[in-house]
Structure formats: structure tokens, C-alpha cells
Design a protein around this ligand. Structure first.
Ligand code: VG1
Ligand code: CO
Length: 537
């Protein structure tokens, strides 16, 4: 029996860079999660008898929203819902399940790298049949629906046991609880040479940050690849991530960093984020920036069985450094530059135009799924280390000797008042026309624009994707506002400088003049009242 629940729209349900993210307390308002899920269902066709995948990163509210979504999916006409046991599915594992089970789509419940717990963040993202985040035309339709919704529907049914594997009936729909790790681990075994990794006898530390990758990393790294017990740290997903911020960067994963910089460091260190799609890579004594990691993985991917035929193309988000473009040029394959957010890679991957994609925000992935994939990047690195017998540091140095080095850093100013952040961006946009030719210290602006992207597969255009200021000689600074935060605004300032010869310099020093130019151009201190970024990655 389908029940109809009258409701009224919320005015703040516009999906951002990666789904709808809000404070848990916002999601706990009556009808809030229900309105959004119903808006998703109303915006998509083909639900009758179709399969839907549901899972999340285990954060606070995960199980409750899954139970609600199951009852609503039954009312919407789905024939089958596949849920990860315990409500757990990493974002890449959800993407894989959608693909291999021929699902219409999936609900991924996560706020990714944002903290969790009753006072922190929750999120809902819809992925389409290719396994990837819904493209803008779908998220726009969902958002439009949230503004007009008058009713949400569910079936009358008890909560199901999310921990018991197997099938149960909810209304006319089957709910199948599956092992969240099994299919994903099989996929990884197909792509990488597990025998070679085992034989290399590398040592490793992996920080799962009390988030979703714990069970995946334990199964794959410890059980299947034979890394020592204890290789996976913080391996149990907790609803509040143990009070930590599950963002794998040098600030939030500093314990791993310290381990890797110690004299007795293991060969390889890595971490992932809340929902398992990001990766942090640190070799013994050598941190690899995500932009460099993308380039190094692309340059060496052919060493892994899944990529032995070579790459069709490399795609990166605009703020990501151009290091990967140099690899593409050398390989004689196309390089694509897309707006921030994985949803823009989906069409390129579907069309077979790109094989490997990456973002400066610690996201790397390939055409094996349609999401970025933290453990995939870890395994590709391990496969490359095993195949070459080199250390991370050697691979990095060899890479820079061949291609030159793109010194890179991102400065984040968090919790800025939205009005002030908007004023900064508006003023900056107003200056674009007159910036070319202006000098800042030794830097001369060559070009400045507001990045727009025309998707080469369907011609759709996305505007206002970040302000780029390009200096003569190949350095640049990019400014944009985050689309994943839940309070105030976060200004991201991306600094990059290329040097073909000097490959062993200090990043902060190499970027100092660009950082100064960034402030002179955008008035960061004046607008935000901050003289230091909160996070440098
Ligand atoms: C950030 C990153 C972006 C990433 C997005 C989702 O977005 O910059 O590269 O795709 O998070 O990643 P923003 O709009 O805050 O800059 V995740 O791991 O949070 O799904
Ligand atoms: Co994530």
C-alpha cells in the first residue's frame, strides 16, 4: 500500500559539486531527506521494475536514511534495491555495482571528506546508469523538482535488517543485501598484478581514517595482497569517523605523514577519505601532490595489466596542474580540461575518449568505474612500484627529470562569510578584462578568464567554473568557491609554477611570488580579513 505524505518545498536543496550536502540537523528536519529523495525519483524515468543501488560511507544518519529510501523506492516502482551490508558502500564500489548489475542508478549517502556526527555533515548524491554522478542537466531537474514538490510517497513496511546478507521483500520490491567489498575486490584483481605486488614484499601504512575504506583495504591489502596485519590503520568505519576530519591531506592525515617521514618509514603510505574516492600518496620521505600523482600514474599505467594497451586520453579538472598534459603530449594522446567535479568526466569516459582522470583534490580514477577511486590509485601505485622496483621518490625524480616539475599548492580560506566571498569573486570577475599586461612583481599577466567548458560529446556548456589568471612563462593562479561546504564559503586559491630544470626546490618558496600576486589581484586579505589560509594542500 502506497502512502502519500503531503509536504512543502525547501529552498536550499540545490546539489553542489557532488550532491546535496548539509548539516545532519538540516537533514533531520521532517520531510527534508524525503523531499530530496522524492525529487530524485520524480526527475528520472524508467523506474518501473528497475534496479537501484543504495549505500553510504557509514556516517551518522546513514542507516536511517537508507531505511526511508528503501520504502520510498518501493513506492516509486523500483523492482529491486541493492544495499551494501550494514549500509556500507564506498563511492567507487557503488559505481561498480550500478554498472555490473545494470541498475538504473544509485543513491550514494555521503558528505565525503566532510566530518560526520550529529553536529556535522550528511549528504545524498544520485548516480546514473553509467555509475557516475548525475550530470548537470539531471541535477538541475532534481533541483527544479525540490522547489515544487507537494507530496512524497512510501510503502508501509518495517525497517529491514541491513546487516543480514540475502533478499527480503518490501512491498512489491526485492531488497538484496550484498557484501560491499566482494565485487569491488574482484574488479581490482582484474586490473592489477596482485602476484607481482605480493612478490615485491613492500611495506606499507594505509590510514582508512575510520571511514568507509577500512573493510575494503583490510580485505584487499591484508587478506589478498599479504601486507602485514596492522597495515590498515583506523580500519573500522565509525559514524563520526572517531571525531576526525576524513580528508586525506597533510593536515588531517598528519600522523601518516609523520610515519612516512620517519627514518624507519615503510615503503609506501596512503590514505583515503570518508567515502573512499580520494587518495593521499606518500612514499618514504616523499609526498606526491595529487596533480603529480595523476601525471605519474598516467605515465606508468601501462605497467599494470588493466592498462597494458595504453591510454586513450587523460582528463583533469581545470585547477589541477598541467603535469598530466605533458604526459599526454609525450604519449601522443589527447588531454582534456574539465570543470571541478567528477561528473564532468563521465561523458569522456563513456565515449572512450579518456582512460585516466584526476583532480588536484586527491581524486584519481579511470574508466573501470565512473567515480574517482582511492584504493584504485593506491593499487596502481603499488603495481608500478612492484613492476619497476623503484621507490616513490625515484619515480617522482625520474618523472620530473623527464617532464619538468609543476610546483603546486592549494590555499583554502574556510568559513568565510558568504557575502564577503561573493564580493571577492565579483570584484575579480570585474577585473578580468583589464588584467592582461598588468605586472605583479616579476610576473606579467598574459591572459585571464572565467573558465567555461563545452562538453565535446554533447555540446553542453558549463560557465563560471573558476577564474584563471595565466602569467607569461606558464605560471598561474586559479580562484573559485567550494561547492561542497555546509557553512559559509570556502575560497580555494590554486597556485602553479612550471620549471623544466629546477626540480628539487622548496614548493612554498617556488610559489611565494604567485601567492603574493594572488593577494594583490584578488584582495584576499582585504575581503576575507585573513592573512593566512586555513589549509594548504
Ligand atoms: C571538492 C573538490 C573537487 C571534488 C569535490 C568532491 O569540491 O575541490 O575536486 O570533486 O570536492 O569530492 P569543491 O567544490 O569543494 O572544491 V568528494 O571526495 O568530497 O566527493
Ligand atoms: Co570523497
Amino acid at each position: 500500500m502506497i502512502r502519500e505524505h503531503p509536504t512543502t518545498p525547501f529552498t536550499d536543496q540545490k546539489p553542489g559539486t557532488s550532491g546535496l550536502r548539509k548539516k545532519v540537523r538540516v537533514f533531520q528536519q521532517p520531510n527534508y531527506a524525503e523531499n530530496f529523495v522524492q525529487s530524485v525519483f520524480d526527475a528520472i524515468d524508467g523506474k518501473d521494475g528497475a534496479t537501484l543501488v543504495i549505500g553510504g560511507d557509514g556516517r551518522f544518519l546513514n542507516r536511517e536514511v537508507i531505511q526511508v529510501a528503501i520504502r520510498m523506492a518501493a513506492a516509486a516502482g523500483f523492482g529491486r534495491v541493492i544495499v551494501g551490508q550494514g549500509g556500507i558502500l564506498s563511492t567507487p564500489a557503488a559505481s561498480n555495482l550500478i554498472r555490473i548489475r545494470g541498475a538504473l542508478g544509485g543513491l550514494v549517502l555521503s558528505a565525503s571528506h566532510n566530518p560526520g556526527g550529529p553536529d556535522e555533515d550528511f549528504g545524498i548524491k544520485y548516480n546514473i546508469a553509467n555509475g557516475g554522478p548525475a550530470p548537470e542537466k539531471v541535477t538541475e531537474a532534481i533541483h527544479a523538482r525540490t522547489t515544487t514538490i507537494t507530496v512524497w510517497r512510501d510503502v508501509e513496511a518495517d525497517d529491514i535488517d541491513l546487516d543480514r546478507l540475502g533478499e527480503v521483500q518490501v512491498g512489491d520490491m526485492v531488497v538484496e543485501i550484498v557484501d560491499p567489498v566482494a565485487d569491488y575486490a574482484v574488479l581490482m584483481e582484474k586490473l592489477f598484478d596482485f602476484d607481482a605486488i605480493r612478490a615485491a614484499k613492500l611495506t606499507m601504512a594505509f590510514d582508512a581514517m575510520s571511514a568507509v575504506t577500512g573493510p575494503y583495504a583490510t580485505e584487499i591489502l591484508e587478506n589478498r595482497l599479504g601486507f602485514a596485519r596492522g597495515t590498515v590503520r583506523n580500519g573500522t568505519p565509525l559514524p563520526d569517523f572517531g571525531g576526525h576530519h576524513p580528508d586525506p591531506n597533510l593536515v588531517h592525515a598528519h600522523e601518516l605523514y609523520e610515519t612516512m617521514m620517519a627514518p624507519d618509514a615503510p615503503d609506501f603510505g596512503a590514505a583515503s577519505d570518508g567515502d573512499g574516492d580520494r587518495n593521499l600518496i606518500i612514499g618514504r620521505g616523499r609526498f606526491v601532490t595529487p596533480s603529480d600523482s595523476l601525471a605519474m600514474l598516467a605515465a606508468n599505467a601501462h605497467l599494470a595489466p588493466g592498462y597494458a594497451q595504453g591510454l586513450k586520453g587523460i582528463a583533469r579538472s581545470m585547477p589541477t596542474s598541467a603535469a598530466a598534459d605533458r604526459v599526454a603530449a609525450k604519449l601522443g594522446i589527447p588531454a582534456y580540461e574539465t570543470p571541478t567535479g567528477w561528473k564532468f568526466f563521465g561523458n569522456l569516459l563513456d565515449a572512450g575518449m579518456a582512460t585516466i582522470c584526476g583532480e588536484e583534490s586527491a581524486g584519481t580514477g579511470s574508466d573501470h568505474v565512473r567515480e574517482k577511486d582511492g584504493l584504485w590509485a593506491v593499487l596502481l601505485w603499488l603495481n608500478i612500484l612492484a613492476a619497476t622496483g623503484k621507490s616513490v621518490d625515484q619515480i617522482a625524480r625520474d618523472h620530473w627529470a623527464t617532464y619538468g616539475r609543476n610546483y603546486y599548492a592549494r590555499h583554502d580560506y574556510e568559513g568565510v562569510e558568504s557575502d564577503r566571498a561573493d564580493a571577492l569573486m565579483a570584484e575579480l570577475r570585474g577585473r578580468l578584462a583589464t588584467l592582461p599586461g598588468e605586472r605583479f612583481g616579476d610576473l606579467t599577466v598574459e591572459a585571464a578568464d572565467d573558465f567555461a567548458y563545452e562538453d565535446p560529446t554533447d555540446g553542453s556548456v558549463s560557465r563560471n567554473q573558476g577564474v584563471r589568471v595565466l602569467f607569461a612563462g606558464g605560471s598561474r593562479v586559479v580562484f573559485r568557491l567550494s561547492g561542497t561546504g555546509t557553512s559559509g564559503a570556502t575560497l580555494r586559491v590554486y597556485l602553479e609554477r612550471f620549471d623544466a630544470e629546477r626540480i628539487d626546490e622548496d614548493t612554498t618558496e617556488m610559489l611565494a611570488d604567485i601567492a603574493a600576486a594572488a593577494d594583490a589581484i584578488a584582495g584576499i586579505v582585504r575581503h576575507t580579513g585573513r592573512d593566512q589560509p586555513d589549509v594548504v594542500t
